[in-house]
Design a protein. Structure first.
Length: 204
């Protein structure tokens, strides 16, 4: 089985990659084990089911990769509009890189599995809801700070954050469905227009 920690991490990495590139329902435990180079018996040493593996994998990825990135991009020390612009531009660049590698626009890994599973796997759905909730929270904080600086018109910051999140995930979904990066290329421009950011600020 090799080092336990190494085998467990390889299983989580394999699950994340396969789920993102295909879908949760399309992959099997055997396929995950094959990609990870881990025997099936070892899989059950760490996890009771594919759902348990997925929960652990998404949680691990959030804590070790995604959260540090979000904490840096959405730090209160960064100008609020720059937080949003950097995130949306980074999204395009990351999706472009993945398309170059796989030939496919993969979209948001959390939203993809969340929309696929819906109410089927309670623990997995709860984990995805938790992670995606950070998106809206940080969007709202950036919007509130921008409003305080007079960069965005006053109003319901929580509602604006939800609309921005819907624009983001809707664009990501369309980009994946159509396999077309154009949906993401000017996402920051569309987002700023929706939020009512002044044109002079948007162009900065």
């Amino acid at each position: 089985m090799g080092r336990c920690s190494d085998a467990k991490e390889r299983l989580m990495d394999a699950a994340l990659e396969l789920i993102w590139q295909r879908s949760y329902g399309a992959i099997t435990i055997d396929q995950i084990c094959e990609k990870a180079g881990v025997k099936k018996g070892s899989f059950y040493y760490f996890f009771d089911s594919k759902a348990d593996l997925a929960v652990a994998a998404y949680d691990y990825d959030w804590e070790t990769e995604s959260k540090p990135y979000w904490d840096k991009i959405f730090s209160a020390s960064v100008p609020p509009l720059q937080r949003l612009k950097t995130f949306l531009q980074d999204t395009y660049e990351e999706q472009a890189k993945m398309k170059a590698q796989t030939g496919t626009v993969l979209g948001c890994p959390c939203f993809s599995i969340g929309s696929e599973m819906g109410t089927q796997e309670e623990k997995l759905t709860a984990k995805i809801q938790e992670i995606l909730g950070f998106f809206v929270r940080d969007f709202e904080a950036a919007i509130r700070d921008a409003q305080a600086e007079g960069l965005i018109p006053p109003g319901d910051a929580a509602g604006k954050a939800k609309c921005l999140y819907a624009l983001f995930e809707g664009s990501m979904g369309q980009a994946r469905i159509q396999n077309d990066l154009e949906y993401l290329k000017n996402l920051s421009v569309s987002a700023f227009a929706m939020l009512g950011v002044k044109e002079t600020v948007n162009a900065a």
